[in-house]
Design a protein around this ligand. Sequence first.
Ligand code: SF4
Length: 239
Amino acid sequence: MITLRERMDIFSGHRKPSFQLPKRDVWIEKTLLHMGYPDLDHIRAEIKAMVSDISFSVEKETAPLFLFQSEPLESCTENGFYMHGFHIKSQKWGKISSRLEGRKFVCCFALTLGARSEEMIIEINEQSLMYGYIWDALCSTLTEYYVDQAEEWIALQYMKKGLSVTRRFSPGYCDLDLLQAQKAIFNFCNPESIGIRISASGLMIPRKSITGLILAAEKVPLRSPCNSCNRDCKHRRIS
Ligand code: SF4
């Protein structure tokens, strides 16, 4: 039984993590791998220097915007779960949700590097496609760092309420339909309020934006469906 006070208190929506930039050398290395270099040993020094220089302008020009909303899960089935009147269709996450025990919640979140990240990609591409490519890659890895921090922070908020969490999952990944899940999330937590729009196909603008879901409950027997999945998938979770 969830009281109104608990529903309002479990997450107010006004708090947020204090996002930290990654260590610069780690950020640069991750970006170089993201750009397709197979290893870090054979990259020319001038490329590394260029990535480092551009990382300072990414730091200066962008800042993460974040929001989230938590509500009780309405119901769970083997084919998905219901939240806020929407059915999230997913056999893989439906099985995870069906095994949750006790009080159950769903958190939707959205994070973006903001409109400037998008404007700068266009501006820099006009000067140099190489610079634009590096800018884009630095923004992608930075967005991933920030969303990892957001996931940890959300888990901590639930933990303070005696709840455990699943890993995060996003529209278009695993077996979640991009457009259907994206519409549900936009209806649930209003990412437009931090400047994120979706196109007719479900892609987000600014592109350096991530939306996702996390399930929470008193008992979470499985944090992701990856252990029992045989697909060759680069998004496999190890915990
Ligand atoms: S390995 Fe990939 S497809 Fe399989 S459950 Fe994990 S995220 Fe989903």
